[in-house]
Ligand binder design. Structure first.
Ligand code: SF4
Length: 415
C-alpha cells in the first residue's frame, strides 16, 4: 500500500457535539479510551517512521491532515513543536502539505498567524445558514454554533485566509438557499458530504420525504449554470472530472486506491475514521506507530478493504456502467451487520441518478467534434438500470467477497 495521506488526530475530544458525528454519536465509544491529545513520544515515533516510509516508497509528496475532535483544543506550544518536528523530514526531495479541519470556534489572530507561518490550509465545518446549521451542529448544551463559526470565518477573512468549507447535506433545508448561503461567504471551496449512514442506520435518510438525489441535483444545476465567479464544489467537480476520464483521488468516489491512513492520539494506525459508524471500536487493531512501521498497516484486513474499496465491489457494482466513477460509493456507507461490506452504497440509487445527471449535462455541453472524436454518449439513469439488470446474472462471484463479508456481525456468521 502506497500511503501518502495521513489524518493525524491531535485531539480526541471536541468542544461541540454535532448530532451526526461518527466520532461520538453513532455508537463508537472508543474515543473514551484515547488520550485527549497526541503525545510528544507518539509524534516523534510518527515523524521517524514517516521518514522511513517516504524513503522506502520513494514518495515525493505527502499530505498531513491535522484532525480531531477539534484540533484547536490543543495548546499552541505542543502544536508548534508538532509542526517543527516535520522539518527533520522536509528537504528538496519531499514536500509535505498540511491542512487542518476545524469548527473554527476557537480561531483568533494568534492562531491565524500560526496557520500562515506553517502554511496550513484550513477547512471549516458548517452546514449552511443559521437555521440549518443549528439543527445538528450544536454545542454540549444543545445550542446552535452558527454565530461562533461565522465569527471564526470572519477572523480568517480579516487575516487574509480563505477557508474551504466541509458541510453535510441537510434534506431539511432548501437546496438553493443552502447553496446561495455558501456562495455569499467568499470561500475557497465547498464540499457537501453525504450524511454518514449505512444499512444498519438507513432510517436516517430513507424516512425523509425529500430524496437525496433531488436535493443534490438542484444544487448541481444551480451551481453548474451559474455565470461568473463561484466556489468549487468538490463532490460535483470530482464527478465531472471522472466523467471526462480524469481519475480523482478522493475516497468517497472512484475506482483508485485509497492511500489514506489515520493516526490516533494513542499512536494507533487505523483505516479511515468514518468507519467508526459501523460499530464500537470497529477501526481498532493492534498496530501502533510506537511499535510498528507504517507499511505494517497492510496486515489490517479493514485497511485492505478500505484501500481497495473502489475495486473490491459487490456484484451489483461490477455490473454497473458508472462503477469507475462511483466505485461503490464511500466504504462506510456500504456496511451492514448482515453482509459486512458486500453491499453497494446505501446511497446507490442517489449516486446513480446524480452521476448520470451530471454525465448527461457534461455530454450535452461538449463540442460536437469532441463527442464524435471520443464517441461519448449520454447514459440515462434508465439505461444504467437496464445494463445492471442485464449484466448482473453473468457476473461470477469475485474471490474477495469472503473478505468483504468477514466484517459481518457474529449473529450472521453461520448464515
Ligand atoms: S451507482 Fe450503485 S451500483 Fe453503481 S457503482 Fe455506485 S453503488 Fe455500485
Amino acid at each position: 500500500m502506497k500511503i501518502d495521506k495521513f489524518v493525524v488526530k491531535v485531539a480526541s475530544r471536541c468542544n461541540i457535539n454535532c448530532s451526526y458525528c461518527y466520532m461520538y454519536n453513532l455508537g463508537d465509544l472508543s474515543y473514551k479510551n484515547q488520550p485527549k491529545f497526541i503525545s510528544d513520544t507518539t509524534i516523534k515515533s510518527f515523524v521517524k517512521k514517516l521518514k522511513n516510509h517516504i524513503q522506502v516508497n520513494e514518495l515525493k509528496i505527502v499530505h498531513v491532515v491535522i484532525h480531531g475532535g477539534e484540533p484547536l483544543l490543543w495548546n499552541k506550544v505542543d502544536f508548534e513543536n508538532f509542526m517543527l518536528a516535520f522539518k527533520e523530514i522536509t528537504n528538496e526531495n519531499i514536500e509535505i502539505f498540511f491542512s487542518m479541519q476545524t469548527n473554527a470556534i476557537l480561531l483568533n489572530d494568534e492562531w491565524c498567524d500560526f496557520l500562515k507561518k506553517h502554511k496550513i490550509n484550513i477547512g471549516v465545518s458548517l452546514d449552511g445558514s443559521k437555521i440549518n446549521n443549528d439543527k445538528h451542529r450544536v454545542d454540549k448544551k444543545g445550542n446552535g454554533t452558527y454565530d461562533d463559526v461565522i465569527k471564526g470565518l470572519n477572523v480568517l477573512t480579516k487575516n487574509g485566509i480563505k477557508a474551504g468549507i466541509l458541510s453535510v447535506m441537510n434534506l431539511e433545508s432548501d437546496p438553493i438557499e443552502y447553496y446561495n448561503h455558501f456562495n455569499s461567504l467568499n470561500l475557497r471551496s465547498i464540499d457537501i458530504l453525504l450524511l454518514d449512514s449505512n444499512y444498519d442506520s438507513k432510517t436516517v435518510v430513507s424516512n425523509h420525504s425529500k430524496k437525496v438525489w433531488e436535493w443534490y441535483i438542484k444544487i448541481f444545476d444551480k451551481w453548474y449554470h451559474e455565470k461568473g465567479e463561484k466556489s468549487e464544489i468538490r463532490f460535483f467537480e470530482m464527478i465531472i472530472r471522472e466523467v471526462l476520464g480524469e481519475e480523482q483521488n478522493i475516497d468517497s468516489l472512484g475506482s483508485h486506491e485509497n492511500n489514506l491512513l489515520v493516526l490516533e492520539t494513542n499512536g494507533g494506525l487505523e483505516a479511515v475514521d468514518a468507519l467508526k459508524l459501523c460499530g464500537d471500536s470497529f477501526t481498532k487493531n493492534e498496530l501502533n506507530i510506537n511499535s510498528h512501521e507504517i507499511d505494517e498497516i497492510s496486515k489490517s484486513n479493514l485497511m485492505e478493504v478500505y484501500y481497495n474499496s473502489g475495486k473490491y465491489l459487490p456484484k451489483k457494482c461490477l455490473a454497473c456502467p458508472v462503477q469507475d466513477i462511483c466505485g461503490g460509493g464511500y466504504l462506510p456507507h456500504r456496511y451492514s451487520s448482515k453482509n459486512g461490506f458486500n453491499n453497494p452504497s446505501i446511497y446507490c440509487d442517489d449516486l446513480l441518478r446524480i452521476i448520470t445527471h451530471i454525465q448527461n449535462t457534461v455530454v450535452e455541453d461538449m463540442p460536437k467534434e469532441l463527442k464524435i472524436e471520443t464517441g461519448i454518449q449520454k447514459l440515462t439513469y434508465e439505461n444504467a438500470l437496464q445494463i445492471i439488470e442485464e449484466t448482473l446474472p453473468n457476473i461470477s462471484e469475485p474471490d474477495y467477497i469472503e473478505l468483504l463479508e468477514s466484517f459481518r456481525k457474529k449473529e450472521y456468521e453461520t448464515i
